[in-house]
Design a protein around this ligand. Structure first.
Ligand SMILES: [Zn+2]
Length: 448
């Protein structure tokens, strides 16, 4: 029998409402005992001294791009799963904008099979329309039966309102959310960053906030009318947050997510590395293609509105929109570069920044990464509870590390944080019998 004793960690579990120091014993991939306030005395167990560390349920990410099938040079299901474990995630929802797109039940099953043995749960999100072209609806029912947990044409919006309305009608019947990438492509046009003072200064075509807001209004209206469940992906605008807040008040079935990059970085990051609280320029690297993302990094006012949305529950979840790209797609002129940030492995340090600055509590942060996204997507997920499969993450909220290409397990090294120091790191992720352990933790490890 394998026994692992995690002793003296700060246990933060929104499922049991525990935020206390204690010991957790794991036996053969299951939580055998949780002991709060006093220590467990166990023979024949490996043990880890977890003083100063936080132990929480492992994270859930409802928005991940794994690139397989079709663009395996950017990421595979296996490499994405490794990045997830390194970032503290054991449940991730895979977006269908692969090649071919995940638009039928056979491909849904293929993704699930392909993820077998990675040690984490990869839950497929099906496309809303065949080949994500916005024209022909998929067989929603067959895909849900095959294991699709939601539908989305993410990467592209569903510009055809009648198609979105139909998807929401199916959502009501089938009980799964429609995750919407809200962008009016007539308004975003050839824009490549947020439309505002910085885009004007840099001479780059802008994407106005209204490109997102107008589509959020449309989707909320369709959800209100149909009773379907709309999930607004990567909210980045103050008007979007306000609209969702109002829709929730009047009983629309809406949930929403925000990404760590949208609640941390402003559009100033396109022009160089900034201090994330003051926007003071720390180094100029004009036209940083690693800061090019869709929706774009917005101005300070929008970033603050997104944080307010997380604080007051308007935004349900933190999701990474992990979008790995190879050097080829980013080492080029800004306007030609691909949109996207590799985010699984830096979500924790960026989320912890909200705790450090006093905007949210540690419990709230853990909720936004676990129980809240799981609830929004109807995913079976659980906390640190006796008898349940071990599904935990152990992290050091104060450990400083430098984000370098080699520090990231994802094939996508595309993050504006490259070369920057961040604070907070996952030291171990446990998913049943699968364990990811970072080197730093091995010094605290005692064999029996
Ligand atoms: Zn998107």
């Amino acid at each position: 029998m394998s026994r692992l004793l995690l002793s003296g960690a700060r246990i933060v579990c929104p499922y049991t409402s525990i935020d206390s120091t204690g010991d957790v014993l794991i036996e053969d991939g299951r939580v055998a005992a949780v002991c709060i306030g006093k220590s467990l005395d166990v023979d024949q167990a490996e043990s880890v001294d977890c003083k100063g560390l936080v132990l929480s349920p492992a994270f859930v990410d409802v928005h991940v791009h794994l690139r397989e099938p079709g663009e395996e040079h950017k990421e595979t299901i296996a490499s994405g799963a490794s990045a997830a474990l390194a970032g503290g995630f054991t449940t991730i929802c895979a977006m269908p904008n692969t090649n071919p797109a995940i638009d039928n039940s056979r491909l849904v099953r293929w993704v699930i099979d392909r993820a077998n043995g990675t040690g984490i749960r990869v839950l497929p999100i099906g496309a809303i329309t065949i080949a994500r072209q916005g024209k022909v609806p998929v067989d929603y029912e067959a895909m849900v039966k095959a294991g699709a947990v939601a539908f989305s044409d993410d990467g592209s919006p569903v510009m055809n309102s009648r198609m979105m309305r139909l998807a929401l009608l199916y959502s009501r019947t089938l009980g799964v959310p429609i995750s919407s990438h809200c962008e009016d492509t007539e308004l975003s046009a050839k824009g490549c960053m947020h439309d505002g003072a910085v885009s004007a200064r840099l001479g780059l075509p802008g994407i106005p906030a209204s490109a997102e807001e107008a589509m959020i209004y449309r989707d909320l209206s369709l959800a209100a009318e149909t009773g379907g469940h709309i999930h607004i992906a990567h909210v980045s605008t103050s008007g979007g947050v306000e609209a969702i807040r109002h829709a929730k008040k009047i009983g629309v079935r809406v949930t929403a997510e925000a990404t760590p990059h949208h609640f941390t970085f402003t559009d100033e990051w396109v022009a160089g590395w900034r201090d994330s609280s003051t926007d003071r320029c720390l180094s100029i690297s004009a036209y940083d293609t690693n800061a090019k993302v869709n929706p774009p990094l917005r101005s300070r006012e929008h970033v603050e509105a997104v944080i307010d949305g997380l604080v007051d529950g308007t935004i349900d979840a933190i999701a990474t929109d992990h979008a790995p790209h190879s050097v080829l797609e980013k080492d080029c002129p800004f306007e030609e570069a691909a949109f996207g940030i590799s985010g699984l492995e830096t979500a924790l340090p960026l989320s912890l920044e909200l705790v450090r600055t006093g905007r949210i509590s540690m419990m709230k942060m853990v909720s936004l990464l676990t129980i809240s996204p799981a609830k929004a997507f109807g995913i079976d997920h659980w906390g640190i509870e006796e008898g349940r499969d071990a599904n935990l993450v152990l992290f050091d909220p104060n450990l400083k590390w430098t984000v370098t290409p080699s520090a990231l397990l994802s094939k996508g090294k595309n993050t504006p944080l490259i070369g920057r120091q961040v604070m907070g790191r996952v030291l171990m992720t446990i998913s049943g019998n699968k364990r990811y352990v970072r080197e730093e933790l091995k010094a605290k490890w005692k064999q029996h």
